[in-house]
Design a protein around this ligand. Structure first.
Ligand code: SAM
Length: 359
């Protein structure tokens, strides 16, 4: 559902930083640059789009989009507006962002942007890693510093039972190595744990983090899939992950690097390696949330679980100037939800799933 907000630009808010009505400063923008994906992960695409993806993968790794995507120029204009309102970090995501034509050029342009305090904009990228083998070096050359790769198992059969794509395990391992060779470090690995699918991987992932010199982030599964896989029981909670790893490799808690950090970080007793746990379900961190999202069709979402979307692209298309668009963004962010309601009676999944919102 798209919400309508009527605005008169006000000079006071034009120079203001984004703050919501709960006093949270918003400085982190997640930008989905496509809702297409070449994987069909069981916890994401449990619905019809798997069939779309299947034929698209066979035809060369591009799956059809369900929505019109912004052009690279449109992304740049909108991201610049956000940066002018105090955004300091942009994470490009999707869908699968490496499928998007123009990604390298977009990163190059973003590299020239400065935050309100004159620092370079922090640009991050989350990818399934499948195409990193050929894109890691061009991305680094375009100015990207580091990469987050999603990887939900450290053994081939489990990995491919999740992605549903033969050959994906070797492709992702190759992608991680290419990222390291290109200097896209530190490499972070995102792993969504699902009881009964890959929860037996916890200890192996801890060893993998140390052996491969990557930071593994376990993410609690959220109800954002296309189908109906989510139940409270399928979520592997932070406490369980910490206890299990701690039994084989004692863990030491690390302090947060910043207040809005989503991951609880741990190192090992010998100081070698790092893991993190992102626990939106068992230990929600909404009180420190600093994020808003821009979807690939130009909607603003103030929470992953928002029931409404705000049609920034519609305003741009009808000819609004930068002042009006800034005002629109400012007003929307004011109304950011206090928190999500996962697991509570009456909880409603958002109308779009993770792949269409951008993770
Ligand atoms: N295709 C890219 C990738 O695989 O990293 C970027 C998009 S993906 C939606 C971003 C991240 O969201 C991935 O790490 C993925 O594992 C995670 N994710 C997807 N669905 C999720 C869910 N329902 N709960 C928690 N994390 C999820």
């Amino acid at each position: 559902m798209a919400a309508a907000i009527c605005l008169n630009p006000s000079p006071e808010t034009r120079s203001a930083r984004l703050t919501d009505s709960h006093g949270r400063v918003i400085h982190d923008l997640r930008v989905s640059i496509t809702d297409r994906c070449n994987y069909k992960c069981v916890y994401c695409r449990t619905g019809e789009s798997v069939a779309h993806a299947e034929s698209a993968i066979a035809a060369g790794l591009e799956a059809p989009t369900h929505y019109a995507e912004l052009t690279i120029e449109e992304y740049l204009r909108l991201i610049k507006l956000f940066v002018g309102l105090g955004i300091t970090k942009v994470r490009l995501t999707g869908g699968e962002p490496l499928l998007r034509r123009g990604l390298v050029e977009l990163i190059q342009e973003l590299g020239s942007l400065r935050t309100l305090t004159g620092e370079p904009l922090d640009v991050a990228l989350t990818t399934n890693g499948h195409l990193l083998g050929r894109l890691a070096a061009p991305l680094k050359a375009a100015g990207l510093d580091r990469v987050t790769v999603s990887m939900d198992a450290v053994d081939e059969p489990t990995f491919e039972r999740i992605t549903h794509v033969p050959g994906s395990f070797q492709a992702v391992l190759g992608g991680i190595r290419a990222a390291r060779a290109a200097g896209l470090t530190p490499i972070k690995i995102n792993c969504v744990l699902l009881r009964g699918f890959n929860d037996d991987q916890v200890e192996s992932f801890a060893r993998f983090a140390r052996r491969e010199d990557v930071v593994v982030r376990f993410i609690e599964f959220m109800p954002l899939e296309e189908g109906r896989l989510w139940t409270p029981e399928i979520v592997v909670p932070l406490r369980e992950i910490v206890d299990r790893i701690g039994r084989v490799l004692p863990l030491v808690s690390l302090p947060p690097l910043e207040a809005s950090e989503t991951a609880r970080r741990y190192t090992f007793a010998d100081g070698i390696g790092e893991i993190g746990i992102i626990a939106p379900v068992s230990q929600a961190f909404c009180g420190a949330c600093s994020r808003v999202r821009l979807t690939s069709d130009g909607k603003i979402r103030t929470c992953l679980f928002s029931q409404i979307e705000h049609d920034l692209y519609g305003h741009m298309r009808r000819g609004d100037g930068d002042d009006e668009l800034r005002e629109y963004i400012f007003q929307i962010v004011q109304g950011k939800e206090a928190r999500h309601h996962i697991g509570e009676p009456g909880f409603l999944k958002p109308s779009r799933s993770m792949i269409h919102i951008g993770g």
